[in-house]
Design a protein around this ligand. Structure first.
Ligand code: PGA
Length: 254
């Protein structure tokens, strides 16, 4: 199917995979998805596997992403990882503001915006996550919540940086629950996000930004979700941990 923007499908491995398991997975993905050029493919292993995965995918169509980074470049911040350190392993993308970090690490929009600015300063492309909880959706507050997160998380970015940012709409109620947003629900929020980006930057920029859907993406629902005009790819959690399911999501999306 012809898309306005090149699809991007990223696997968010979360807190999974030893180095050996990570290498098995990317070797399998390379076998299944070799020569596929229609989609930008990204894997986001845990930090501990970045070095080895980076070497393993050097000559492939897989690109590397990290799951988080510090807003600081260096210094006395125990346990943190800076953008410049990620660049040493040819990391191109970094997931920021995932709902699990917003929830468990209490990340705020303000912090996420600082990280996004630090990512751009190091020429890393942030994948900025936004999404409402079930209670917020049921209260009719989806646009308010997503709009506020988007505005806050992109604060201080230039229009050119917004254009180089990937947005992931991930309704919290759909993450890891097996209950995905319907294609119509996803399209509604994606169109809203693009409208907000047009106001925030300009229409031409908004048209070029890729907006991914995340939340229980599976081989069986990928085609319908990806067929929506404003859905430009997927951020896949659980189904990115197996070669078969991630490869099938990619194949069913084109
Ligand atoms: P899921 O996770 O695919 O397991 O629902 C998506 C995500 O959290 O990025």
């Amino acid at each position: 199917m012809e898309k306005a923007r090149k699809l991007l499908i990223a696997g968010n491995w979360k807190l999974n995979k030893t180095v050996a398991e990570a290498l098995d997975l990317v070797n399998g993905l390379q076998r299944e998805l070799a020569n596929l050029k229609e989609v930008d493919l990204v894997v986001c292993p845990p930090f501990t596997a970045l070095s080895e995965v980076s070497k393993a995918i050097l000559d492939s169509n897989l690109r590397l992403g990290a799951q988080d980074m510090s807003e600081h470049g260096y210094g006395a911040y125990t346990g943190e990882i800076a953008a410049g350190m990620l660049k040493e392993f040819s990391v191109r993308y970094v997931i920021l503001g995932h709902s699990e970090r917003r929830q468990y690490q209490r990340e705020t929009d303000e912090l996420i915006a600082k990280k996004a600015r630090a990512a751009h300063a190091a020429s890393l492309k942030p994948i900025v996550c936004v999404g409402e909880t079930l209670a917020e959706r049921e209260a009719g507050a989806t646009e308010k919540v997503v709009g506020t997160q988007l505005k806050g998380s992109l604060a201080g970015l230039t229009a050119a940086q917004v254009e180089e940012t990937v947005i992931a709409y991930e309704p919290v109620w759909a993450i890891g629950t097996g209950r995905n947003a319907t294609a119509t629900q996803a399209q509604e929020v994606h169109a809203f996000i693009r409208g907000q980006l047009a106001q925030r930057a300009d229409a031409a920029v908004a048209k070029r930004v890729r907006i991914l859907y995340g939340g229980s993406v599976k081989p069986a629902n990928a085609r319908e979700l990806m067929s929506q005009p404003d859905v430009d790819g997927a951020l896949v959690g659980g189904a990115s941990l197996e070669v078969r399911s991630f490869a099938d999501i990619v194949k069913n999306s084109i």
